[in-house]
Ligand binder design. Sequence first.
Ligand code: NCD
Ligand code: ZN
Ligand code: ZN
Length: 428
Amino acid sequence: MEVTIEGKAYIDGDFVDCCIGIVDGRISAIKKILKGDRYYNFGSKLILPAGIDIHVHFRDPGMTYKEDFSTGSLAAAFGGVSCVFDMPNTIPQTTSLQTLSDKIVSANKKAYVDFGIYVGVTDSNVENIEELTEKCSGFKIYLGSTTNSLQLDENNLKQTFKRINSASKPILIHAEDNKCLNGHKMWENNLVDHLHSRPAECEEIAIKSILKMSRNYLNRRIHICHLSSCEGLELLKNRSKNISVGVTPHHLLLNIEKNLKPQALYKVNPPVRTSFDRDALFEGIRNGFVDILESDHAPHTLEDKAGEFSSAPSGHPGVETVFPLFLSLAKKGKLSFQRLISLFCENPANLLGVSKGRIEVGRDADFVVVDIKEDCRINSENLHSKCGWSPFEGWPALFPTCVFVRGEKLIEEHEIQVKQGFGRFVGE
Ligand code: NCD
Ligand code: ZN
Ligand code: ZN
């Protein structure tokens, strides 16, 4: 036995006092008593599976002044996330074997946590998308335009579903209909204008066309990213099993009626909507209608966000704060630990097919250790994203004191213990 960890661990839906044995980075045994060469006792602290963030934009390559794979994955590590999945809207966009391989080679040198890479489907690569299946973690489709997004005409959606003839790699969709967005385009002075220019109706139209299409492709796994409206959720309530739904912390915790200032920092796609939408989505995570919590970590610098509201890019950081925010809410009883672990560990692992997300023999030994008494408030000075700010400044949070990835201590007492390049590509 190489390493043994003792504490109150989340096993099979409950916290139990036990020892977890680790050999070669994987969980080898879970018993009342175990011996190990290296032994850590966390007493009454909680040991949970580490988080998996299926939706990050690390801006690398091309916009590394906003973020790069090293700072983004360092932020993930401090936030208790052991594995991230990076979106293709970089420069160049990840739409070919070459750009995918280049991104993997570069990320392998920089990553602090494990990672997967999505490729984007566009009108120009849809014809040869199959050749990317093996290497990528999944396919991303943008039905509506957003920050540096990839264009896929709705007419090419069917083509995409036909060609991605494999249930092993999911198709992730930004579900806002472009025609609808174009019909509502206007000069935006503030968040209310942004909301009016991207109404829930556009999300509904996109979801309807996905639902219609998916009926003929029941063996493809489809994930609807960052669901933002009550109407969208209603449409998805009777979805088939192959469709999963993700929601972000900002759509669950923020609403347009709040005094969100400076406004441009909160400009995001799809927009933060009303308290009615927020509450419906929150109910959705409680009762299981929503499957996945995803940060949509989309860092932009304060300089990029300054100036005219209309020209500010959409998106904000989140990978480091998502788990701490929701651990704090779980502590307060707003959401059960069981639901949180399904949403941020178990279901993401299932969707992406990684052997993580559960404390179970055979899986990667990825854990977070949480001292439930260590409440704090989010302070962007202590965060690690290059962008240097957070839309959740001042919010209560519970950061993990210790993070293990594949049995190695990544974070101890809030300090990083490994070097860049420790993180591994999970696709091979
Ligand atoms: C994202 C970005 O900046 O890359 N922006 C956003 O507002 N969410 C793109 C996206 O996920 O739509
Ligand atoms: Zn999106
Ligand atoms: Zn995104």
